[in-house]
Design a protein around this ligand. Structure first.
Ligand code: GAL
Length: 698
């Protein structure tokens, strides 16, 4: 191995610039690199083209366990030695993976007990990836062994700047129902409850005579003739997320011990992976990294991108994070894999950067010739360098160094939205009042409204202090812990403005209904009770108009008007009885006709709004508009629809504006500043061509 100093290594304690990668003190550009799929003579071309494209970081070895340990306990590192040396000589840093997402075929053969089993008891096959039981002790031992080998061998390699543990934990093997998993689940339950009586109580096992007399009687929630105990299902989801976390911790601790000073990450799938509770992982990684794939067919899919990026920043506690994977163009696994349009690769990349990413990394460097992902786009397409995608990759690589001043600056957010995996799990278990209750749909609709109003969102865990925000939006919080309810009460009483959507505050952490009537945990805060849920038929709509009725316990009048236009809700209505809240809008028709639909409650120095039906992003405009007024929030002027604006601030007082034009026409923005890329000064007005992005120091 070569030991010359690495070209891109910078002082780990570079003043004021503690980025996510102390040894790569610049915006990272590159992606997953799988050279093991190519003869070695291709590597030289790879290196040359990487340099042309400005690549400075590659993730290697992600799926290479079978090559590194071809037979149990016998290791072959020659090719990886040569590769890391080659990267180092070329000045390209390495994010080295532990290859534990795909155990070799010998492992599967030797450990049939470590195979993944689904809820129907079917053992799943190999020849794919992540086809192993996450609770398997044999897997734990084997993955620790290969991790140790890699850490010992490469800890001091000058190309190494980051460890990449596994790949997308829980991506396709989130839940395993085999006997080993069942035993591990019981151990986890013993730790959580201590005594069986406490478990019986928490799970409400007097219902349907499910009482357990012995720990050994407890099973994972296997496919059953009818709905399985919801508290049991929630605990199984918690257990499973914790099991993957334990696997990560095992590898991370080995890497920390044997390779001190090199940060460890694992790639998350924020907002798109339901089964991993990333709040619990947030403090476990040295740097948060995320994979994001555009929902190619969805209109305005850049809004979903922004939502995922904002959630990633939240899980990173506001610190810089790494975009570990996205695509240059089409993926291969969506129903219709639309190619990105010219300019979209750049817009997507800068969209992540705007919201806190300090890297633009792709899956993958060179398009694969064989295997399941051969139709996936890459930085270097099958067509080589005479392609639009390659030209866009090279152009972006040349542009990124000019955006360096963004590094280490903070995204300025106006609003907090609460996100909670446990509540997502709970909401979508069986037998809810309507199959149309959809956690992510509500999050996306409220997020879209805020995005279209030009407001930047920080996501927050429901129990985390919210005092930094003038407005907190809660699109869906079915499962609300007493601590979360108290947190929200304190926030409003202290002067905050809160907006809560329907079917929130309903159950506790065991999926048991908060006593005293709906929405138990938030009743006093919202100043109302919900006597009855009135889910609507598929396709049925209800109209909302100005509140007229003077209902007992309510006082119409002092509330800021929401706008008198008639709004249309669907999916859900309720019998809302104000207990101190003011009706702002009422149902004009449908099963809740004449009852309040939107209310506002004054509590202490703040206000708590409630929206009892499903409004789409357009319908939410007047309602959120009224809440903005309460919160003293003024959506920025001049942002045309489809133009995304993100503001950043540096510790030194510097200010930046990133403007992304997602429309097909030129727009003008009121802004003054210097364009970081072109060096041009704009006074008062910035012209932003269709599809273009500007980064201004303002
Ligand atoms: C990611 C995964 C990559 C690759 C990519 C394709 O989820 O981490 O290995 O499969 O998807 O889009």
């Amino acid at each position: 191995m070569s030991q010359t100093p690495h070209l891109v290594v910078a002082a780990a304690d570079a003043p004021g610039r503690a980025g996510p990668l102390p040894r790569l003190d610049r915006l990272a550009y590159g992606g997953d690199y799988n050279p093991e799929q190519w003869p070695e003579h291709v590597w030289a071309e790879d290196v040359e083209l990487m340099r042309t494209a400005g690549v400075n970081l590659v993730s290697v070895g992600i799926f290479s366990w079978a090559l590194l340990e071809p037979a149990e306990g016998s290791f072959e590192f020659g090719w990886l030695d040569r590769l890391l040396d080659l990267m180092h000589e070329a000045g390209i840093a390495v994010d080295l993976a532990t290859p534990t997402a795909v155990p070799p075929a010998w492992f599967r053969r030797r450990h049939p007990e470590a195979r993944l089993v689904d809820r129907h008891g079917t053992t799943l096959g190999g020849g794919a990836r992540q086809s192993f039981c996450p609770s398997s002790p044999a897997y734990g031992e084997a993955s620790a062994r290969i991790t140790e080998q890699l850490a010992r061998r490469y800890a001091d390699h000058p190309a190494l700047v980051l460890w990449h543990s596994h790949n997308e934990y829980g991506g396709v093997n989130a839940l395993c129902y085999c006997d080993t998993s069942a035993a591990a689940f019981r151990d986890w339950l013993r730790d959580r409850y201590g005594e069986l009586a406490r478990l019986n109580d928490a799970w409400g096992t007097t219902f349907w005579g499910q009482r357990y007399g012995d720990w050994a009687e407890i099973e994972p929630p296997l496919a059953a003739p009818t709905a399985v105990n919801p508290a049991q299902q929630l605990d199984f989801l918690r257990f499973s997320s914790d099991t993957h976390l334990a696997n990560f911790r095992r590898e991370r601790d080995i890497l920390h011990r044997l390779s001190p000073g090199v940060p460890v990450t694992t790639n998350f799938m924020l907002a798109n992976c339901k089964t991993i509770d990333y709040w619990r992982w947030a403090d476990e990684v040295d740097v948060v990294s995320n994979d994001h794939y555009l929902r190619a067919e969805e209109p305005d899919n850049h809004i979903e991108l922004a939502m995922c990026a904002d959630l990633t920043r939240a899980v990173a506690s506001g610190r810089p994070w790494l975009l570990m994977e996205h695509s240059t163009s089409a993926v291969n696994w969506q129903p219709r894999n639309l190619a990105k349009r010219p300019g979209e690769l750049r817009r997507n990349s800068l969209g992540h950067l705007a919201r806190g990413a300090e890297s633009v990394l792709f899956f993958q460097w060179r398009a694969a010739r064989f295997g399941a992902e051969k139709f996936h786009s890459a930085m270097l397409p099958h067509g080589g360098t005479d392609t639009r995608v390659w030209r866009e990759v090279v152009a972006l690589g040349a542009e990124l160094p000019r955006l360096e001043p963004l590094r280490g600056t903070r995204v300025l957010a106006d609003v907090a939205m609460l996100w909670d995996w446990e509540s997502w799990w709970g909401l979508e278990l069986d037998w809810r009042p309507s199959v149309d209750l959809d956690y992510r749909e509500r999050m996306a609709a409220y997020y879209e409204r805020l995005w279209r109003d030009g407001l930047t969102v920080d996501f927050a865990h429901p129990e985390r202090p919210l005092d930094d925000y003038r407005l907190v939006v809660v699109p869906s919080l079915y499962l609300t812990t007493p601590a979360a309810a108290e947190n929200l009460r304190r926030y409003v009483a202290g002067g905050g403005t809160l907006l809560v959507s329907y079917f929130s505050g309903i159950v506790d952490g065991n999926d048991a209904i908060h006593p005293g009537g709906f929405p138990g945990a938030l009743r006093d805060l919202l100043g109302l009770t919900v006597e009855e849920f009135l889910p609507l038929r598929a396709g049925e709509t209800v109209r909302l108009g100005p509140a007229t009725a003077d209902l007992p316990g309510s006082s119409v009048g002092s509330t800021p008007p929401v706008g008198s236009e008639s709004l249309v809700g669907d999916v859900w209505a309720e019998v809302v009885s104000p207990r101190g809240a003011e009706p702002v809008l009422s149902y004009s028709d449908g099963p809740a006709a004449g009852r309040p639909a939107v209310t506002r409650h004054t509590l202490g120095a703040g206000h708590a709004w409630y929206v009892s039906t499903r409004l789409d992003a357009a319908g939410l405009a007047p309602v959120l508009g009224a809440a903005y007024r309460d919160a003293g929030l003024v959506p920025p002027d001049g942002a045309a629809d489809g133009v995304e604006l993100v503001r950043r601030a540096g510790a030194d007082g510097s200010r930046f504006l990133i403007a992304l034009n997602h429309t097909d026409r030129e727009v003008e923005l009121p802004a003054t500043g210097v364009d970081l890329v072109h060096g041009t000064r704009h006074d008062g007005v910035v012209r932003l061509p269709a599809g273009d992005v500007r980064v201004l120091r303002t």
